[in-house]
Write a protein that binds this ligand. Sequence first.
Ligand SMILES: [Zn+2]
Length: 148
Amino acid sequence: MRLAAKELLVLLPEFPQPWDVDVLCRDLAGARGRPLTLHPVDLPEFPFGMWIDDGVGDRVLYRSSATGYHRDHIILHEICHLLIARDGDPATATRTTAPPGAGAHSAAEEELAETFASLALKHAGRLRPRDLSPVERRAAELLGVARA
Ligand SMILES: [Zn+2]
């Protein structure tokens, strides 16, 4: 599972410095020659995130209350689904045509997307907030980025 996530990471463009998931998405869209837009969704029943292919481009929806590491993680999770479906092994891909919460992806793909998002953020030098001591958290806030 970790190996597959690492293989998918190679499909991402070079990570922006300083880390910015919006810039990464813009660069990924440029590299793939296909629009990729991010849309905060303000609905309580909305799942954490969703990827939609609207026929013209890719849209990643995420819950508008998610911020910081959590927001980055949701967006990268959905990008993983996109990469699997578009550039990965078609045999392992499941398409997101089902409505939110309908379990559009297999459990294995969900696990892969979670691993992918965590690995990507580790690569970007982001630490989960709960992994930081109070001093480290304060330093991360001041610097705007946490270094592993
Ligand atoms: Zn998912």
